[in-house]
Design a protein. Structure first.
Ligand code: URA
Length: 305
């Protein structure tokens, strides 16, 4: 394969995994990464066909891990609008607990990733798994694209939102709709660069009608988030909105009660603030978000006015 063609193919593959910016490091020849990805896809195909029950949908699978407390978000401080009907009793009762862990993801979680090359390669593998995921049958059948994550694989700061909306579902990239435009303004005002941050969500598929993620859906998607955090290994995480804050930190309080402090999550400092979609509906809360960003940036040694 010519190096130009290999490079074009690699860039397409990386973009699919949300990696549009790479830090300035000596990356290996594209053909090497592609060859390794081909190998890992073949390995994945072999391992998943050998153990079909381990990749069954949540509804079919028996939980291996103890069931975790369902996490519910309060509509009042939600990033997105509550669904017309809200979460029905049947939906909540249909919970089956966390799904069996994907063996390939377990392998990813058991290794550490030190440089951009290793992190990029691991993120690509996880993005491929996400693209084929159908644990949440409803979401998987309705999605246009999975929305994995975007940004630097070596980012020191990770942003976690709630779930893709219509624009994100169409484009396959988080925070590209109206909430994303507001988020970009917050990033600029905070003297950060979007491409230096790693951005992802609690869910990787759009909930129909932008309803809140169900606890079971968040649980199904959790190991992908865990893998992204494990690979990128950020120093800081910002949780945008109640859904992100409650799910990551396993809390029940709304974001209004969780903001204004830094939490520790496995050695990573976590700040919680209101979701940009909430700000679009309640512009008065921008003041609090700006206070939160000042507080956060101060920890990074940057004084905002
Ligand atoms: N809201 C989110 O929480 N995430 C997105 O990616 C877009 C909107």
């Amino acid at each position: 394969m010519t190096s130009k063609r290999a490079m074009a193919q690699l860039l397409k593959h990386l973009a699919g995994a949300g990696i549009t910016h790479l830090p300035k490091v000596n990356l290996p020849k594209p053909s090497r990464i592609l060859a390794r990805q081909q190998e890992s896809r073949e390995e994945a195909a072999i391992s998943t066909s050998a153990i079909p029950e381990t990749v069954s949908t949540a509804a079919e699978s028996k939980p291996l891990r103890p069931a975790i407390r369902p996490r519910l978000a309060s509509a009042e401080t939600e990033g997105r609008r509550p669904s017309q009907s809200g979460t029905s009793k049947e939906e909540l009762l249909s919970e089956t607990g966390p799904p069996d862990r994907l063996p390939d993801l377990q392998a990813i979680l058991s290794r550490s990733y030190v440089d951009a090359e290793q992190k990029t390669e691991a993120l690509c593998k996880v993005a491929t798994m996400v693209a084929g995921c159908s644990r949440c049958t409803d979401l998987a059948s309705k999605r246009t694209k999975t929305v994995f994550g975007v940004g630097s694989p070596t980012a020191e700061i990770m942003f976690i939102g709630e779930a893709p909306g219509a624009e994100e579902d169409a484009k396959g990239e988080p925070f590209v709709g109206p909430a994303g435009q507001l988020l970009n303004k917050i990033i600029d005002a905070s003297k950060l660069k979007r491409e230096d941050i790693y951005i992802c969500n609690i869910l990787r598929c759009r909930p129909p009608g932008n309803r809140n993620p169900l606890p079971q859906e968040a649980s199904n998607c959790r190991e992908f988030l865990d893998a992204q955090i494990h690979i990128v290994q950020p120093k800081y995480i910002v949780c945008w909105g109640t859904v992100a804050a409650q799910n990551l930190l396993n809390k029940t309080e709304a974001v209004g009660k969780l903001r204004g402090q830094l939490f520790d999550y496995n050695g990573i400092k976590v700040m919680c603030t209101y979701h940009p979609s909430y700000l679009l509906r309640n512009p008065a809360a921008k003041k609090q978000v700006w206070e939160d960003m000042k507080f956060f940036m101060k920890h990074l040694g940057v004084e905002l006015q």
